[in-house]
Design a protein around this ligand. Structure first.
Ligand code: ADP
Ligand code: MG
Length: 380
């Protein structure tokens, strides 16, 4: 009785969320580093959906600025809790949706922690990439009497506007082309596409990918923070009764660090890298905000990243922009610019544009929720 009503209530709520739009923005705040607990924080307050930042106004007085998102995760939220929130999104890939999940933020804010996990990986530390694939294996296995699924993965890096294969056996030096074919859509035909069915397959592949990525870095030159890495999961399902085929894909993207580099301080390669990163992150922001505002022209062609993901951004595709914040007060400038980026891709979506088509349905679901809530209230 009671449990069922609660469950029903939650399901309806999620449906309303689904109808509201395909672009979600989450924010996660990294904890302080060990031994740093007395450091001044730029975060004044957090609740489920709002984060308030402590700033200083020009006359030196304290000031606060609040940002609202679909979800805010504080520093004590675990990897499992973060994933459980994303689970419905991840599972929709098995129903034929295209999904993009982006980790955005300055270097050191926790992007790789969220997507992959800490350097010394433990079971609890496993990031979204591992949990997502394990979950897809689990659910596809549950459905095996009715649908037969094939799951395969690719792992690419975009560095200085060049695409490379992180799963290549002979290193990552070859530059790859992004193609657009009528039957396959956007693809990178020369990148390895590896079938996977066990979590251990995924762990092995990710290890190869990480090794390939770090070969290109030196101690002073951590390339991983200046390139985008993209784990793509391709799913094909065959309905065993009808023979119908459905296809879904999911891109899990650990973006390059969003920090602004002082142009007067870097030259040569570093300046070139910084310019490429700036260009591709702002191209991504432009694409998402023009999708959210339903603009008729979406500028996919302005960067390799948006070209690569063109099929999976917009239309019926679902996008999650997951921004990361470092709590230290010294990071305030970058924190504000990260939150502004996030706000730019979020507020438009939270506006009215999207709802038109489904407004009748949303209204109906809301009425059902209200009546279920009334039923709950009577029980209490
Ligand atoms: P980025 O990929 O954005 O450069 P990292 O993910 O490498 O940042 O995070 C920087 C450091 O902070 C790493 O040592 C990481 O393990 C740690 N860290 C980040 N987020 C968390 C978190 N939520 N909980 C615990 N440690 C974290
Ligand atoms: Mg990283």
């Amino acid at each position: 009785g009671y449990q069922r009503v609660l469950e029903e209530n939650r399901k309806l709520y999620n449906q309303v969320q689904d109808l509201k739009g395909n672009i979600r923005v989450y924010c996660r705040v990294r904890p302080f580093k060990p031994g740093q607990s007395n450091t001044l924080s730029s975060v004044d307050h957090m609740d489920e959906r709002t984060i308030t930042i402590l700033t200083h106004s020009k006359n030196g007085k304290e000031a606060r600025k609040a940002f609202t998102f679909n979800k805010v995760f504080g520093p004590s939220v675990t990897q499992a809790e973060v994933f459980s929130d994303m689970q419905p999104l991840v599972r929709s890939v098995l129903d034929g949706y295209n999904v993009c999940i982006f980790a955005y933020g300055q270097t050191g804010s926790g992007k790789t922690h969220t997507m992959t996990g800490p350097k010394e990986l433990t079971e609890e530390g496993l990031g979204v990439n591992y949990r997502a694939l394990s979950d897809l294996f689990h659910i596809s296995n549950q459905r095996k009497e009715t649908i037969s699924y094939d799951i395969s993965v690719q792992m690419l890096e975009i560095y200085n506007e060049q695409v490379r294969d992180l799963l290549s056996a002979d290193g990552v030096n070859k530059r790859l082309e992004i193609r657009n074919s009528s039957h396959n859509g956007i693809n990178v035909p020369d990148a390895n596409l590896v079938p996977v069915s066990l979590t251990s397959d995924v762990i092995n592949l990710m290890n190869i990918g990480h090794k390939n990525r770090s070969v290109c870095s030196t101690a002073l030159n951590d390339r991983s923070s200046r390139s985008h890495s993209c784990l793509t999961v391709h799913v094909q399902g065959r309905d065993l009764t009808s023979g119908n085929i459905l296809r879904g894909s999911m891109h899990l993207v650990d973006l390059a660090g969003s920090e602004r580099v002082d142009k007067s301080e870097v030259v040569g390669n570093r300046l070139k890298e910084a310019q490429h990163i700036n260009k591709s992150l702002s191209a991504l922001g432009d694409v998402i905000s023009s999708l959210a505002s339903r603009s008729s022209h979406v500028p996919y062609r302005n960067s390799k990243l948006t070209q690569l993901l063109q099929d999976s951004l917009g239309g019926q595709a679902k996008t999650l922009m997951f921004v990361h914040i470092a709590p230290e007060y010294e990071a305030l400038g970058e924190t504000i610019s990260t939150l502004k980026f996030a706000e730019r891709v979020a507020t438009v979506e939270l506006g009215a544009a999207k709802v038109n088509k489904d407004s009748g349905e949303v209204k109906e679901l809301k009425e059902q929720i209200a009546s279920l809530q009334a039923a709950l209230a009577r029980k209490e």
